[in-house]
Design a protein. Sequence first.
Length: 204
Amino acid sequence: MAASPGAVQYGAAAPDFSTQIAQMKVDATQTRVHASDLTSSETMKEALAEEEGVRLTVYRDVAGYSTVGVGHLVLPEDNLRVGDTITYEQALEFLEQDLKKAEAGVQRLVGDLPIYQHEFDALVDLVYNVGEGNVSERESPKLNAAIASADYEGIAEELHYHHAAGAKANGLVYRSERRQAIFMEAAYDDPRPVEIAVAGNLST
């Protein structure tokens, strides 16, 4: 007798629900997850490009470091000097390389502390901007203490970095405000005031 449609097939392999559950991707915008499960969002990449700009000619940043692309600090292996130019594709390659380093730095920084996507993004911006060394326990003890105690508000308070080469930089003030807004509210918009110039052009 043939089994009717929908009839239970005894002896058939039972579905492995534990595997199915493990394969389900948790929505990190709604649930805090382990940092190792996260990478920078596309929205964060756009915000980062806005902050750093995209420059194809090697220049010196406010701290005097040779820089190119999306805030990429020129390394000896890049074989580039101030005044040299790169392609847009090279700029994107540098960005992806630097993002991977920053993401790994954030993963080491937060350890097992679960975080939202936007919290991860804000911390990636921090590490990308100031370097992993500057968020170490020695250099940023309050930030590390907040992470250790799972004090998310305390973490947000420690995301401000305003100085470059020993001087306060207005651009870093706005960037810090944006970083904190990303961390606390998932608000990626640029906080800089926009004014209408006399000629009718937008200016900041």
